[in-house]
Design a protein around this ligand. Structure first.
Ligand SMILES: NC(=O)c1ccc[n+]([C@@H]2O[C@H](COP(=O)([O-])OP(=O)(O)OC[C@H]3O[C@@H](n4cnc5c(N)ncnc54)[C@H](O)[C@@H]3O)[C@@H](O)[C@H]2O)c1
Length: 368
C-alpha cells in the first residue's frame, strides 16, 4: 500500500474497543496512536493490552494535532456529543452505531462535517464482509433477477438474562430496532438500495422487565420504548420489504434475511457478522444450495469501515460506511416508530447507497 497511514485516536474503551484495536494491527492504513475514556483506567488497560503509545483524556486526544480520525466507541447517548467535539477539533469521526439517537443530532454531525471539509463514518461495517458483499454481487450479476421482496427478522427475548447492565436496551435509543436495526437496514440498503417510504406497528409487551443476570439479579427495569416493532418498507427500486425486530419472542423459525427475486431467492447470512453462509435457490430448483463467497473479510473485521474512510481521505473517493448511509438508517428506524404512532406511511427524504467492494482485494487493504 502506497497511501500514507492515518493517525487515529479511539474514544471509548469498553467492550467493543478490543476488536477495533486488534484489527487495526492488520488494517494497514490505520495507525492508532491514542486511546481515551471517561474512566481513565479503561483507557490505560486497553493501551497496555494493545501496545497503543498513549492513554489520555478525551480533551488531550482531541487537542492532538497529529490525530486525523477519531473512532467514537462511546455509548449511543454520548455519540453525538463526542462526534461533534471531534469535528469541532478538526478531525474526521467514525462512530459506532447508531449514528446518534435523534435525527437532529445526526444532521448536525453531517452539516458540521460538510462545513469543515471533514468526514463522518459509522458502523456497522458488516455489509463490507464476505457474506453480504457476495450477496450483493449475486444480485448485481442477476442470480435472482429483479428483487421483488425482502423478509428480515431479529427476534429474541431481550438481554436482561445475560447482560450485566441491560437497562439501556429499554430506554430511548434502545429497543430492538435501534439496537439491531442498523445491521439489518444497512445490509438491505447496500443490497437493494435506498428506502423511500415506510410504515409500521410497534408495541410495548412487558411494561416492566426483571433482570436475571448478575450482578443486578432481581432489579426491575421500566420499559420506555417499543419492544416489538414490525416495519414495512418500499425501496426506491420498487421492492417491498418487511423487517420485524423484537425483544418479546421466546422462540421462532424465521430467517435473518431472505431476498425474493423474479428469478430466484437468496438466503442472506446474519447481518451482524462478516461471513456466510449465502444460500441460493433459483427458479425451478427444489433445494437451496450454498454459494461460494466471492469476497474476502469473512472473519470479524470490525474496523473495515473506518479503514475505508481513511482511504477516502487519501484519495478523495467517497467512503462506504458513511454518515449519510447511517443517517438514512436512523431516519428509517425513527419512521417505523412515527408511523405506528401516527397511523400512516412516512416518506423518507434521506438516502445513500454505498458502492460495492471489488473482488480480489489483498487482506488488510481496500480499493483506492
Ligand atoms: N458490545 C458489543 O458487542 C457491541 C457490538 C456492536 C456495537 N456496539 C456499539 O459500540 C458502542 C459501545 O458499546 P460497548 O459495548 O463497548 O459499551 P461499553 O459501555 O462497554 O463501553 C463504552 C465506553 O465508553 C465510555 N464513555 C461513555 N461516554 C463517554 C464520553 N462522553 N467520553 C469518553 N468515554 C465515554 C465508557 O466509560 C465506556 O468505557 C455502542 O454504540 C454500541 O451500540 C457494541
Amino acid at each position: 500500500m502506497s497511501l500514507k497511514q492515518a493517525k487515529v485516536g479511539v474514544v471509548g474503551c469498553g467492550n467493543i474497543s478490543a476488536i477495533y484495536l486488534k484489527n487495526s494491527r492488520w488494517l494497514d492504513i490505520l495507525d492508532i496512536v491514542a486511546v481515551a475514556d471517561l474512566i481513565p483506567e479503561r483507557a490505560q488497560a486497553r493501551a497496555a493490552e494493545f501496545n497503543i503509545p498513549r492513554a489520555c483524556t478525551v480533551q488531550e486526544l482531541l487537542a492532538d494535532p497529529e490525530i486525523e480520525i477519531v473512532i467514537n466507541l462511546t455509548i449511543p447517548n454520548a455519540h453525538a456529543e463526542v462526534a461533534l467535539a471531534a469535528l469541532e477539533a478538526g478531525k474526521s469521526v467514525y462512530n459506532e452505531k447508531p449514528l446518534a439517537i435523534t435525527r437532529t443530532d445526526g444532521r448536525r454531525m453531517l452539516e458540521l462535517a460538510a462545513s469543515r471539509g471533514l468526514r463522518v463514518g459509522c458502523a456497522p461495517d458488516t455489509f463490507l464482509g464476505a457474506g453480504l458483499q457476495t450477496c450483493r454481487k449475486l444480485i448485481e450479476d442477476g442470480a435472482i433477477g429483479e428483487p421483488v421482496a425482502v423478509s428480515a427478522y431479529m427476534l429474541c427475548h431481550g438481554h436482561e438474562s445475560w447482560h450485566p447492565d441491560p437497562e439501556f436496551y429499554y430506554k430511548v435509543g434502545g429497543g430492538p430496532m435501534f439496537d439491531m436495526g442498523p445491521y439489518y437496514l444497512t445490509a438491505l440498503v447496500s443490497l437493494i438500495g435506498p428506502i423511500r417510504r415506510v410504515t409500521g406497528s410497534a408495541r410495548i409487551t412487558f411494561p416492566e422487565r426483571t433482570i436475571t443476570s448478575q450482578p443486578k439479579n432481581g432489579a426491575k427495569i421500566k420499559v420506555d420504548v417499543p419492544t416489538h416493532v414490525a416495519g414495512v418498507m418500499d425501496f426506491e427500486n420498487g421492492a417491498v420489504g418487511t423487517l420485524v425486530t423484537s425483544f418479546d419472542v421466546w422462540g421462532h423459525h424465521m430467517p435473518n434475511i431472505e431476498i425474493y427475486g423474479t428469478e430466484g431467492s437468496l438466503g442472506v447470512p446474519d447481518p451482524n457478522g462478516f461471513g456466510g453462509p449465502v444460500l441460493l435457490r433459483r427458479a425451478g430448483e427444489k433445494e437451496w444450495s450454498e454459494a461460494a463467497l466471492t469476497h474476502i473479510y469473512a472473519e470479524n473485521s470490525r474496523g473495515l469501515g473506518v479503514a475505508d474512510m481513511a482511504y477516502g481521505l487519501r484519495t478523495g473517493r467517497p467512503h462506504r460506511a458513511s454518515g449519510q448511509l447511517a443517517y438514512h438508517v436512523l431516519d428509517v428506524m425513527h419512521a417505523f416508530h412515527d408511523a405506528s404512532r401516527e397511523g400512516r406511511h412516512i416518506d423518507i427524504a434521506s438516502g445513500y447507497r454505498p458502492v460495492p467492494l471489488p473482488v480480489g482485494l489483498q487482506h488488510g487493504q481496500l480499493d483506492e
